[in-house]
Design a protein around this ligand. Structure first.
Ligand SMILES: *Cc1c(COP(=O)(O)O)cnc(C)c1O
Length: 448
């Protein structure tokens, strides 16, 4: 889950387990006719006219379709693409094109829309980080831009250090390490100035880190003073929409965004925005080149989908998207507010996942179950509803307060009408926990 978005490894682990468990449950129940009203509403709201002409491969494979009241979590396949993006992907599938021509023209188009000098469309933020590192290794080692950089990670490229604040070390370090670089940790501004040396190829800054440490402004100024480029990982940090140009505008040479999170593009797409010198070098490392990005191919459908997602996003407003989330929350609040002990509130994390989060607090003694139990029950029922993983969390994380007795719900990724299903199921589980799903989840045969 993204990821950076999982509150702790313990819950990440149990979450993966219960996801598998819920799939097993639904597979076991697949022979039962689905007659619940909620399921009918789901079918009515999300089925497309073409459902009868083509098989639904999720159904054919017995894969559980879920309602995403969680957020843009990687394990939940993140967002669904809005209709114009889906249409663009389908259209792109109809014709072969020259891959490099498409990469270049699509990149130039997005760069212009997002006020950057250059843009490389990657297969996600993680690959954008790898490509940014590869570009920086090439630049620092005076590689000719037209060389095919097949030797990245070998002694042919002796300059290979990336400087990072110790508090910004994270699971995506591996995206840089794929390029054979060494990470040099720093704590104070003095350390930082010392660490930037002849072997430094770039710096990395984790935008949504819980601790800031050295400010973005100081970070950039000191690196630029020594001629070192700065990369910023802002993968999940849109909205607001203006963040797509804020950080390049502030001087970061390269900024990575996930295409499949709130930008609502294909899940395996992402953006490296920034100075053209670096985004062009990043592009040189991407498939079809025989470089570190050879295995990070972005197919024509995903490239076009990413362009269409940016076009779609720029027709939206932050206020409009937030209003839609809040209207859906009002539906859910209306359906649960009369339940004894229930109290609702809405909060918006400052930076990453800057979207409304609905906190449904309750007294577990009155309701007869814990928040975690209700979360599992909702995810093991039909339809399967995934709540935000901060549900029942005992400590604050990623801008969301602790809520040991709270269900945490986001509504921005719901398909139209699903707020009624979510409201109805939450009402049901709060009124009579045992009437929904199973707890603990059945053991999955695939559990390791
Ligand atoms: C999600 C995320 C990534 C990875 O994004 P992908 O598009 O899934 O590759 C990288 N960094 C941070 C901080 C993230 O939240």
């Amino acid at each position: 889950m993204k990821s950076q978005k999982c509150p702790d490894s313990q819950s990440s682990y149990s979450r993966r387990r219960f996801l598998r468990a819920s799939q097993a449950t639904v597979a076991a129940l697949s022979a039962v006719p689905m007659l619940s009203t909620a399921t009918e509403v789901l079918a009515a709201t999300v089925s497309s006219g073409s459902a009868h002409e083509h098989p639904d491969y999720y159904d054919k494979l017995g894969v559980t379709k879920l309602i995403n009241a969680a957020g843009t979590y990687t394990e939940l396949t993140s967002a669904v693409m809005p209709p114009p993006v889906r249409a663009a992907v389908t259209q792109a599938a109809l014709h072969p094109v020259h891959l490099e021509e498409l990469q270049q023209k699509a990149g130039a188009y997005i760069a212009e829309k997002l006020k950057a000098e250059g843009c490389c469309i990657s297969c996600g933020a993680s690959s954008a980080i790898t490509l940014a590192t590869a570009a920086s290794v090439m630049a620092a080692n005076n590689c000719h831009p037209l060389d095919i950089p097949s030797l990245i990670g070998t002694p042919e490229f002796p300059k290979n250090e990336v400087v990072v604040q110790k508090i910004h070390r994270y699971e995506y370090d591996v995206a840089m390490q794929l390029c054979g670089i060494k990470i040099v940790d720093v704590v104070t501004l003095d350390d930082y100035e010392q660490a930037l040396g002849l072997n430094t190829v770039m710096t990395n800054y984790f935008n949504a880190a819980d601790a800031v440490g050295i400010s973005r402004e100081d970070w950039i100024a000191v690196a630029h003073n020594k001629g070192v480029p700065c990369h910023l990982d802002a993968a999940a940090d849109m909205p607001p929409i203006s963040n797509l140009w804020k950080y390049t505008g502030m001087g970061f040479d390269m900024v990575s965004f996930s295409g499949g999170k709130d930008i609502r593009g294909p899940q395996n797409a992402g953006l490296l925005l920034g100075k053209k010198e670096y985004t062009d070098l990043a592009q040189r490392n991407l498939c079809p080149a025989d470089s570190v990005g050879r295995g990070m191919k972005v197919a024509k459908e995903q490239i076009v989908g990413m362009v269409a997602a940016v076009d779609w996003l720029l027709t939206q407003t932050d206020e409009g998207m937030e209003k839609e989330s809040r209207e859906r929350m009002a539906v859910i609040i209306g359906m649960v507010k009369d339940i004894p002990s229930v109290q609702t509130s809405i909060m918006v994390p400052e930076l990453a996942n800057h979207v409304p989060h609905l906190m449904i607090n309750f007294d577990p003694d009155v309701i007869g179950a814990s928040a975690r139990e209700l979360q599992v029950r909702l995810a093991t029922a039909i339809p399967c509803i995934e709540l935000n993983p901060h549900t029942g969390s005992t400590s604050p994380s990623q801008g969301v307060p602790a809520g040991p007795n709270a269900l945490v719900v986001t509504t921005f990724l719901l398909n139209p009408g699903e707020e009624f299903i979510v409201g109805r199921q939450i009402r049901k589980v709060l009124k009579d926990p045992k009437s929904v799903g199973t707890y603990p989840p059945p053991r999955s045969s695939t559990a390791t």
